[in-house]
Ligand binder design. Sequence first.
Ligand code: URA
Length: 244
Amino acid sequence: MRNAYLDALGIDRWVARHGAQEPAALPETADEPRPEVARERVAPAAPPAPVPLGPITDWGVLRERVAGCTACDLCKTRTQTVFGVGNTRAEWLIVGEAPGAEEDRQGEPFVGRAGQLLNAMLLAIGLPRETVFIANILKCRPPGNRDPKPEEVSRCLPFLSAQIALLKPKIILAVGRIAAQNLLATDAPLARLRGKLHHFGEANTPLVITYHPAYLLRTPADKRKAWEDLKFARATLARLAGTN
Ligand code: URA
């Protein structure tokens, strides 16, 4: 079933360490973020503190607030906001960086090649895309897929916090440096953040960090480490469920 799904997508299978077959690199596309390796060296300035939205108790209201947002200049260049997609009762929240060109066109996160790899990664730990919720740090595309600016993050992060408050995920998987650093309010490199259990927000939600799928497309050798991260996240959730 899983393999049929991956084959149908036309992507190589994401397999465990002893499965011998590592997924091959897929061709790069212009709408994917630039390689993580190159960006890892640039520590972002500390963003201004996010301004809380106030309590929002309804997904529809939050969706409208995001759709109408003009809090930063990205509203002038976006085609549409990209709210997030998935099961609003999901246990897993996946957090990426920001919409790319294709996401801006379609209004849905992770729909390009990186999205296909993300789907395969999730499926490999038993999570079809439609069973999780997927959102980004930014709801609007930065022109040219540049890094989010600190003030854009501080204006947008309250939307993600509101999504987290509504969803109440059991675990958050942050993919990539930008998501990880902004959720943890740190400029530590991704290599130091992955492989450990973090927590996010007032609910102390377990947070695991892994590589961005666009980075993995360019650096397939790190897919093994990403696979370890995914297994770590899955085991963490199982352990926490067992202690409830
Ligand atoms: N990369 C991201 O971080 N998010 C998307 O939605 C698409 C690509």
